[in-house]
Design a protein around this ligand. Structure first.
Ligand code: AMP
Ligand code: TRP
Length: 341
């Protein structure tokens, strides 16, 4: 019997295998997937087709993809509730993306903030794939009839676009009685939804920031974590506080401490109100190292058992493909395609 037989709501989310996962990915996305997984039927994919929308290294793509899947397991994704799979293993993602492309107005994509930001960084070298990125993401979500999509704040616009695309398909090719696609909702937790850079508290922590000092990666050694926190940007004010717009770094570092220590905001506000940075930084360093230690240990275990990871992805593919192909057939039929004989 399928593990998905209880009629729970569906969740789908994914992360790109570009570089290491950082605390933003963990606190904004994966930690929340783990926390709520038992309430839902979950599909978590490694979105390796998205990874080539900017120039990529073919020599590391496959290994990076495995590494992210291993990190999903290491962070606590439980196969009892969740399916882990690789986007490129299921051709329905590319195929649905094509069908959606043909009904998505170009100017919807030109408006996307992430496209504009990334295109600016790419200069001359902007691919059609970068513009089309949100349509592929819509295909990822819509193929699984996802009810909820847990992501960080930066993905909200892409989920709104996904809804707009689904509404358009339903309007044009569905009927009142029979909708073609399900409308998903973004699931964005307030705390951790936007983890900021360690070198500039007004910019989000990002895989593409050229400075390694700007982010803490889940696989950083204790020495690296210590160095990065020691050198991170702070201010000259004594006493630490949340939510002071003049002190974005202070708010970010306190938020990291709150989430990684498992304490609540009020406790931390009180604990740190009289602290200086000299006292707080070692505390944050220790807390971060301790929080990441079990993830790193589990990651090593998973990576040492390559056969196990492969079997997880093989099974994941089977589970996911069955669902994805059904939706694809439904959309193709609605658009008027003949069924292959
Ligand atoms: P990406 O690194 O772009 O593949 O993002 C994967 C997931 O991490 C998405 O759900 C993002 O919204 C989330 N995410 C990425 N960066 C951050 C950040 N700085 N703060 C919070 N969430 C983030
Ligand atoms: N665009 C997302 C990001 O950069 C990654 C992604 C691709 C995704 N497909 C998805 C997230 C489907 C949620 C659901 O973070």
């Amino acid at each position: 019997m399928s593990k998905y037989s209880l009629g729970k709501q569906r969740v789908l989310s994914g992360v790109q295998p570009t570089g290491n996962l950082h605390l933003g990915n963990y606190l904004g996305a994966i930690r929340n997937w783990v926390a709520s997984q038992s309430q839902y039927d979950n599909f978590f994919c490694v979105v390796d087709l998205h990874a080539i929308t900017v120039p990529h290294n073919p020599a590391t793509l496959a290994a990076d993809t495995y590494s992210i899947a291993a990190l999903y397991l290491a962070c606590g994704i439980d196969l009892e509730y969740s399916t882990i799979f690789v986007q490129s293993h299921i051709s329905a993602h590319s195929e649905l993306a094509w069908l959606l492309n043909c009904i998505t107005p170009l100017n919807w994509l030109e408006r996307m903030i992430q496209f504009k930001e990334k295109a600016l960084k790419q200069g001359e070298n902007v691919s059609v794939g970068l513009l089309d990125y949100p349509v592929l993401m819509a295909a990822d979500i819509l193929l699984y009839d996802a009810d909820q999509v847990p992501v960080g704040e930066d993905q909200k616009q892409h989920i709104e676009l996904t809804r707009d695309i689904a509404i358009r398909i339903n309007d044009q090719f569905g009927s009142k009685k029979k909708t073609v696609l399900k409308l998903p909702e973004p699931l964005i937790r307030k705390e951790g939804a936007r983890v900021m850079s360690l070198t500039d508290g007004t910019r989000k922590m990002s895989k593409s920031d050229p400075s390694e000092l700007s982010r803490i990666n889940l696989l950083d050694s204790p020495e690296e974590i210590k160095k990065k926190i020691k050198r991170c940007k702070t201010d000259a004010v004594k006493g630490l506080e949340f939510d002071n717009p003049e002190r974005p770094e202070c708010n970010n570092l306190l938020t990291l401490y709150t989430l990684l220590s498992g304490k609540n905001k009020e406790e931390v506000a009180q604990e740190c109100q009289d602290m200086g940075w000299g006292q707080f930084k070692p505390l944050l360093t220790e807390t971060t190292i301790e929080a990441l230690k079990p993830i790193q240990q589990k990651y090593q275990e998973v990576m040492e058992e390559k056969g196990y990871l492969e079997s997880v992805l093989r099974e994941g593919r089977q589970q996911a493909e069955a669902v994805a192909n059904q939706t694809l057939s439904r959309v193709k039929a609605a658009l008027g395609y003949s069924v292959p004989l």
